[in-house]
Design a binder for this molecule. Sequence first.
Ligand code: PHE
Ligand code: FE
Length: 288
Amino acid sequence: MREPVDLTGRVGHSKGLRGDYSRMRADYTVDQDYATYTEVHQRTWRQLYARQRELVPGRACAAYLKALDVLETLDYGRAIPRFDDVNTKLREATRWELAPVPGLLPDDVFFAHLAQRRFPTTVWIREPEEFDYIVEPDVFHDFFGHVPMIFDPQIADYLQAYGEGGLKAARLGGLKYLARLYWYTIEFGLVREGGEPRAYGAGILSSPAELRHAVEAEGSHRVAFDLIRAMQTRYLIDDFQKTYFVIDSFAQLFEETAPDFSLLYRALERLPELEADAHLPTDRDAGR
Ligand code: PHE
Ligand code: FE
């Protein structure tokens, strides 16, 4: 997940973010410190992995499943992955690497990492009592949901462009719109493959219930991707999404987001905000 986050007053406070931000470097990275994972943590990983691994065939996009095969040569399902091992594979595939971080980051730090082809990846794992639901992203969400998609060359380039675009949007007052784009693509995006919707968004891929809901539920509102429509649309952070945007290909996503957004941000200021569950006459149904 990626929430627009204001860390002021949150880091290190009782109501703050749950990661340990006390030992990070200036760029917010930490050491994974593998020895701190307990047997309970490892069991949580294996159980989350096994449950989700069964669900992805036929629901995740082809690029995702292909990368998972590569990652499984590292025994991905058996223990919490080690950053160094994954980074070796990822560098070969797309020249990306994962940067271990305590949790959510301030926008500018997050964007700067992406712009340098580094994906900030959370080190902690949920406790057994939060097995089904966490508020902040943990190591399972990041490694199971995001990492396989970064093996895809087009998604890899899109994420870098997004990071560069984020630094620019911060200067132009466009962060709200850009956050929605991230949400509706990298977190909750669907892609059409062989006429059927398949998940490429990490929030879907790492959630057993939402994976089924997003890809196959009758009532889910799946619409053809429209850049401006997505940027106008609010999103829910504590429920299944009400609207999913379906792209035809990762090339389409890259190309439609490549133009300069400066004027677009100004135009969006004058367009209405859309509710998460809005249905518009202009929505092109992306079907099942
Ligand atoms: N093209 C956008 C801009 O000029 C940057 C961007 C690229 C944003 C890809 C999101 C995704 O601002
Ligand atoms: Fe995420």
